[in-house]
Design a protein. Sequence first.
Length: 259
Amino acid sequence: MAPVAKRLDINGVQISTLRQGQGQPLLFLHGANGASAWLPLFEELSNAYDVIVPEHPGFGLSDDPDWIKSIPDIAMFYLDFLEQLKLSNVALVGTSLGGWIAAEVAVRSSTTLASLTLVCPAGVRVRGTPIADTFMWGPEESVRNLFFNQAIADRMLSVKPTEEQLTALLKNRFSTTKLAWEPRGFNPDLEKWLHRIKIPTQVIWGSEDKLIPAAYAEKWKENIPHATVSVLQECGHLPHIEKSDVVASKIHQLTGHAQ
Protein backbone atom coordinates (compact mmCIF):
# COMPACT_ATOMS: atom_id res chain seq x y z
CA MET A 1 0.00 0.00 0.00
CA ALA A 2 1.33 3.45 -0.92
CA PRO A 3 1.72 6.04 1.85
CA VAL A 4 -0.84 8.81 2.07
CA ALA A 5 0.56 12.18 0.98
CA LYS A 6 -1.13 15.10 2.68
CA ARG A 7 -0.58 18.78 3.35
CA LEU A 8 -1.21 19.86 6.91
CA ASP A 9 -1.76 23.35 8.26
CA ILE A 10 0.14 23.79 11.52
CA ASN A 11 -0.57 27.27 12.90
CA GLY A 12 -0.69 28.73 9.40
CA VAL A 13 2.29 26.80 8.02
CA GLN A 14 1.47 24.31 5.27
CA ILE A 15 3.73 21.27 5.37
CA SER A 16 3.92 18.17 3.24
CA THR A 17 3.66 14.77 4.96
CA LEU A 18 3.75 11.08 4.10
CA ARG A 19 1.96 8.66 6.41
CA GLN A 20 1.31 4.93 6.55
CA GLY A 21 0.67 2.19 9.09
CA GLN A 22 -1.22 1.68 12.33
CA GLY A 23 -0.34 1.45 15.98
CA GLN A 24 2.10 3.52 18.01
CA PRO A 25 2.90 6.78 16.23
CA LEU A 26 6.46 7.10 14.92
CA LEU A 27 7.59 10.56 13.82
CA PHE A 28 10.61 10.55 11.51
CA LEU A 29 12.54 13.82 11.12
CA HIS A 30 14.66 13.91 7.98
CA GLY A 31 18.14 15.27 7.32
CA ALA A 32 19.34 18.13 5.15
CA ASN A 33 18.52 16.38 1.86
CA GLY A 34 14.82 16.23 2.64
CA ALA A 35 12.19 13.48 2.68
CA SER A 36 10.60 13.31 -0.74
CA ALA A 37 10.74 9.49 -1.03
CA TRP A 38 9.13 6.69 0.97
CA LEU A 39 12.15 4.65 2.04
CA PRO A 40 12.35 0.89 2.67
CA LEU A 41 12.86 1.73 6.37
CA PHE A 42 9.51 3.50 6.49
CA GLU A 43 7.81 0.61 4.71
CA GLU A 44 9.20 -1.90 7.22
CA LEU A 45 8.36 0.25 10.23
CA SER A 46 4.81 0.83 8.99
CA ASN A 47 4.09 -2.85 9.75
CA ALA A 48 4.27 -2.01 13.46
CA TYR A 49 3.82 1.77 13.70
CA ASP A 50 1.82 4.68 12.38
CA VAL A 51 4.77 6.21 10.50
CA ILE A 52 4.60 9.97 9.90
CA VAL A 53 7.27 11.64 7.76
CA PRO A 54 6.86 15.42 7.42
CA GLU A 55 9.04 17.73 5.36
CA HIS A 56 10.36 20.44 7.65
CA PRO A 57 9.25 24.02 7.07
CA GLY A 58 11.53 25.40 4.36
CA PHE A 59 12.13 21.99 2.78
CA GLY A 60 10.61 20.23 -0.22
CA LEU A 61 6.95 21.11 -0.74
CA SER A 62 6.49 22.68 2.69
CA ASP A 63 6.09 26.39 3.34
CA ASP A 64 9.10 28.49 4.30
CA PRO A 65 7.84 31.05 6.83
CA ASP A 66 10.11 34.00 7.63
CA TRP A 67 9.70 33.53 11.38
CA ILE A 68 11.40 30.13 11.41
CA LYS A 69 15.04 31.19 11.65
CA SER A 70 16.80 28.44 13.62
CA ILE A 71 16.77 24.78 14.60
CA PRO A 72 15.18 25.66 17.99
CA ASP A 73 12.36 27.36 16.01
CA ILE A 74 11.84 24.11 14.08
CA ALA A 75 11.77 22.19 17.37
CA MET A 76 9.04 24.45 18.74
CA PHE A 77 7.14 24.00 15.48
CA TYR A 78 7.19 20.23 15.97
CA LEU A 79 5.87 20.58 19.50
CA ASP A 80 2.92 22.41 17.94
CA PHE A 81 2.72 19.63 15.32
CA LEU A 82 2.48 16.94 18.02
CA GLU A 83 -0.12 18.92 19.93
CA GLN A 84 -2.28 19.72 16.92
CA LEU A 85 -2.30 16.10 15.71
CA LYS A 86 -3.05 14.98 19.30
CA LEU A 87 -0.17 12.52 19.18
CA SER A 88 1.12 10.78 22.30
CA ASN A 89 3.41 7.86 23.15
CA VAL A 90 5.45 8.88 20.10
CA ALA A 91 8.60 7.09 18.97
CA LEU A 92 10.68 10.04 17.77
CA VAL A 93 13.40 9.26 15.21
CA GLY A 94 15.72 11.83 13.64
CA THR A 95 18.69 11.55 11.33
CA SER A 96 21.53 14.07 10.91
CA LEU A 97 19.88 17.52 10.85
CA GLY A 98 16.64 15.80 11.88
CA GLY A 99 18.45 14.17 14.81
CA TRP A 100 19.48 17.61 15.99
CA ILE A 101 15.86 18.78 15.70
CA ALA A 102 14.65 15.70 17.58
CA ALA A 103 17.06 16.38 20.45
CA GLU A 104 15.94 20.01 20.61
CA VAL A 105 12.31 18.81 20.80
CA ALA A 106 13.09 16.31 23.57
CA VAL A 107 14.94 18.78 25.82
CA ARG A 108 11.99 21.17 25.63
CA SER A 109 9.24 18.64 26.29
CA SER A 110 9.07 14.85 26.31
CA THR A 111 5.51 14.62 27.59
CA THR A 112 4.21 13.25 24.28
CA LEU A 113 7.29 11.11 23.58
CA ALA A 114 7.90 7.46 24.41
CA SER A 115 11.42 7.07 23.00
CA LEU A 116 14.13 8.88 21.08
CA THR A 117 16.36 7.46 18.32
CA LEU A 118 19.14 9.71 17.02
CA VAL A 119 20.88 8.57 13.84
CA CYS A 120 24.21 10.35 13.20
CA PRO A 121 22.79 13.57 14.67
CA ALA A 122 24.23 17.02 14.22
CA GLY A 123 23.78 19.54 17.02
CA VAL A 124 26.84 19.22 19.28
CA ARG A 125 30.54 19.84 18.76
CA VAL A 126 33.61 17.80 19.73
CA ARG A 127 36.66 20.01 20.01
CA GLY A 128 39.46 18.88 17.73
CA THR A 129 37.09 16.70 15.67
CA PRO A 130 35.46 18.92 13.05
CA ILE A 131 32.52 17.93 10.93
CA ALA A 132 32.99 18.01 7.16
CA ASP A 133 32.19 21.11 5.15
CA THR A 134 29.61 19.78 2.70
CA PHE A 135 29.62 23.09 0.84
CA MET A 136 33.12 22.19 -0.36
CA TRP A 137 31.92 18.88 -1.83
CA GLY A 138 30.98 18.63 -5.50
CA PRO A 139 27.65 17.01 -6.52
CA GLU A 140 29.05 13.50 -7.06
CA GLU A 141 31.35 13.75 -4.05
CA SER A 142 28.38 14.77 -1.91
CA VAL A 143 26.59 11.52 -2.75
CA ARG A 144 29.63 9.25 -2.52
CA ASN A 145 30.78 10.63 0.81
CA LEU A 146 27.47 9.74 2.46
CA PHE A 147 27.87 6.00 1.90
CA PHE A 148 30.39 3.29 2.71
CA ASN A 149 28.71 1.00 0.17
CA GLN A 150 29.48 2.71 -3.12
CA ALA A 151 27.01 0.49 -4.99
CA ILE A 152 24.26 2.54 -3.35
CA ALA A 153 25.96 5.75 -4.47
CA ASP A 154 26.30 4.34 -7.99
CA ARG A 155 22.56 3.64 -8.14
CA MET A 156 21.69 7.11 -6.91
CA LEU A 157 24.07 8.80 -9.32
CA SER A 158 22.70 6.80 -12.26
CA VAL A 159 19.27 8.44 -11.88
CA LYS A 160 18.99 11.88 -13.42
CA PRO A 161 16.96 14.17 -11.13
CA THR A 162 13.91 15.94 -12.52
CA GLU A 163 13.62 19.72 -12.58
CA GLU A 164 11.21 19.47 -9.65
CA GLN A 165 13.72 17.41 -7.66
CA LEU A 166 16.54 19.83 -8.46
CA THR A 167 14.40 22.74 -7.29
CA ALA A 168 13.62 20.92 -4.04
CA LEU A 169 17.30 20.12 -3.45
CA LEU A 170 18.22 23.76 -3.94
CA LYS A 171 15.48 24.83 -1.53
CA ASN A 172 16.68 22.25 1.02
CA ARG A 173 20.24 23.48 0.73
CA PHE A 174 19.18 27.08 1.20
CA SER A 175 17.12 26.22 4.28
CA THR A 176 19.93 24.16 5.80
CA THR A 177 22.24 27.15 5.36
CA LYS A 178 19.70 29.52 6.93
CA LEU A 179 19.08 27.28 9.93
CA ALA A 180 22.50 25.80 10.64
CA TRP A 181 25.22 27.99 9.14
CA GLU A 182 26.26 30.05 12.16
CA PRO A 183 27.47 28.36 14.24
CA ARG A 184 28.04 25.60 11.70
CA GLY A 185 26.03 22.47 12.40
CA PHE A 186 25.53 22.79 16.15
CA ASN A 187 23.84 24.73 18.93
CA PRO A 188 26.30 25.67 21.69
CA ASP A 189 23.41 25.75 24.17
CA LEU A 190 22.06 22.28 23.39
CA GLU A 191 24.68 20.20 25.19
CA LYS A 192 23.96 21.72 28.61
CA TRP A 193 20.28 20.75 28.38
CA LEU A 194 20.59 17.17 27.10
CA HIS A 195 20.35 15.90 30.69
CA ARG A 196 16.64 16.81 30.52
CA ILE A 197 16.01 13.87 28.19
CA LYS A 198 14.67 11.11 30.47
CA ILE A 199 12.91 8.87 27.95
CA PRO A 200 14.57 5.71 26.53
CA THR A 201 17.17 6.97 24.07
CA GLN A 202 19.56 5.43 21.60
CA VAL A 203 22.25 6.84 19.34
CA ILE A 204 23.12 5.03 16.11
CA TRP A 205 26.20 5.86 14.04
CA GLY A 206 28.01 4.60 10.97
CA SER A 207 31.65 3.72 11.65
CA GLU A 208 32.72 5.27 8.32
CA ASP A 209 30.71 8.49 8.57
CA LYS A 210 32.63 11.13 6.57
CA LEU A 211 30.28 13.97 7.48
CA ILE A 212 30.05 13.70 11.27
CA PRO A 213 32.71 11.32 12.63
CA ALA A 214 31.58 8.39 14.75
CA ALA A 215 33.59 9.86 17.65
CA TYR A 216 30.62 12.15 18.17
CA ALA A 217 28.53 9.22 19.43
CA GLU A 218 30.40 9.27 22.75
CA LYS A 219 29.70 12.99 23.14
CA TRP A 220 25.99 12.23 23.10
CA LYS A 221 26.50 9.37 25.54
CA GLU A 222 28.34 11.68 27.94
CA ASN A 223 25.41 14.08 28.00
CA ILE A 224 22.56 11.53 27.94
CA PRO A 225 24.06 8.91 30.30
CA HIS A 226 21.18 6.44 30.02
CA ALA A 227 21.40 6.42 26.21
CA THR A 228 22.70 3.36 24.40
CA VAL A 229 25.17 3.77 21.55
CA SER A 230 25.45 1.50 18.50
CA VAL A 231 28.21 2.02 15.94
CA LEU A 232 27.41 0.09 12.77
CA GLN A 233 30.43 -1.23 10.91
CA GLU A 234 30.94 -0.64 7.17
CA CYS A 235 28.34 2.13 7.21
CA GLY A 236 28.42 5.82 6.37
CA HIS A 237 26.34 8.82 7.37
CA LEU A 238 22.96 7.36 6.39
CA PRO A 239 22.46 4.12 8.37
CA HIS A 240 18.69 4.41 7.88
CA ILE A 241 19.36 3.79 4.18
CA GLU A 242 22.57 1.76 4.17
CA LYS A 243 21.65 -0.50 7.12
CA SER A 244 17.90 0.01 7.23
CA ASP A 245 17.16 -3.49 8.55
CA VAL A 246 19.52 -2.99 11.50
CA VAL A 247 18.11 0.46 12.28
CA ALA A 248 14.56 -0.88 12.12
CA SER A 249 15.46 -3.71 14.50
CA LYS A 250 17.00 -1.30 16.99
CA ILE A 251 13.95 0.94 16.90
CA HIS A 252 11.73 -2.10 17.53
CA GLN A 253 13.89 -3.10 20.48
CA LEU A 254 13.87 0.36 22.03
CA THR A 255 10.10 0.70 21.77
CA GLY A 256 9.30 -2.81 22.89
CA HIS A 257 8.17 -4.02 19.47
CA ALA A 258 11.03 -6.53 19.07
CA GLN A 259 10.48 -8.45 15.84
